[in-house]
Design a protein around this ligand. Structure first.
Ligand code: NAD
Length: 253
């Protein structure tokens, strides 16, 4: 698959890793549908990409809301044509330990609402967008690729019951869909990033950052471009489906 004139949608594409993916795929000629909840950030991203000669359009969507997702995909179809690629990248964190005990008193520190918000965006959002994308690809008679963004936290991470469960679920969706959709010429893969340098890590104390980095065999945080490169690999490698690329500097060795 070459990117020339192919329409690729990226959820959470207005900033961070999603924007890096847009740059990477856009430089190779993809026409991008950036899908995000944040309209202002979308406008900024579209002008930024435009200044770099990359064609993109912004679509406001809440990936956790079925009607919003259906509307956004139908808007993309109407304005750009059928998509051939989707990156399910939108994600949030709302960390909390399951319970905390002090002096024999137990506190439930992960409220149901906090569990549900992360599951809704990080897992249900992937389901809803994947279902819409697959339908559009099949109806258009096109081959296509879906890339789901998981995380090293899928193996379990303290304070992240909700996030880890969602990211493990994303891998389960990836293998399930790879099997179900191969008959339509649709490939499905996932990327599980490690610690990536983002706004969040930029605001961390130096000693905390050093501690984080010293645990990475390659002795550096990943760059958003490292993840974008993995996404581009899955998009272009026509023999790749149903697997996860762990792009984490060797964290899980
Ligand atoms: P980010 O917070 O910088 O960007 C996420 C984008 O998603 C934002 O633009 C936000 O507006 C959008 N978004 C949030 N909720 C949405 C919703 N309901 N509908 C539509 N858009 C929504 O995040 P990031 O660091 O770029 O991470 C991107 C993905 O990579 C996430 O899935 C995250 O879990 C995963 N990841 C990130 C890291 C890391 O170190 N940054 C590591 C592992 C995995």
């Amino acid at each position: 698959m070459t990117f020339d004139n192919t329409v690729i949608a990226i959820t959470g594409g207005a900033r961070g890793l999603g924007l890096a993916m847009a740059r990477r795929l856009g430089r190779q000629g993809a026409r991008l549908a950036l899908m995000d909840l944040d309209g202002d950030a979308l406008d900024q991203a579209v002008s930024l990409l435009h200044a770099e000669g990359i064609a993109s359009r912004g679509f406001i969507v809440n990936v956790a809301d079925e009607a919003s997702v259906q509307q956004a995909f139908s808007d993309i179809l109407a304005s750009l044509g059928p998509i051939q690629g989707l990156v399910n990248n939108a994600g949030i964190v709302k960390d909390g330990l399951l319970v905390k005990a002090k002096d024999g008193k137990v506190e439930k520190t992960l409220p149901l609402s906090q569990w549900q918000q992360v599951i809704d965006v990080n897992l249900t959002g992937v389901f809803l967008c994947g279902r819409e994308a697959a339908s559009q690809m099949i109806e258009a008679g096109h081959q296509g690729v879906i890339v789901n963004i998981s995380s090293i936290s899928r193996a379990g991470n303290m304070g992240q019951s909700n996030y880890a469960a969602a990211k493990a679920g994303v891998v389960a969706l990836t293998t399930t869909w790879a099997g179900e959709l191969s008959r339509y010429g649709i490939r499905v893969g996932a990327v599980a990033p490690g610690f990536i340098e983002t706004d969040m890590t930029a605001s961390m104390r130096e000693d905390m950052l050093e501690k984080l980095t010293s645990g990475v065999p390659l002795r550096r945080l990943g760059q958003p471009e490292d993840i974008a490169e993995s996404v581009a690999f899955i998009m272009t490698n026509e023999y790749f489906t149903g697997r996860v690329i762990e792009c984490d500097g060797g964290l899980r060795l």
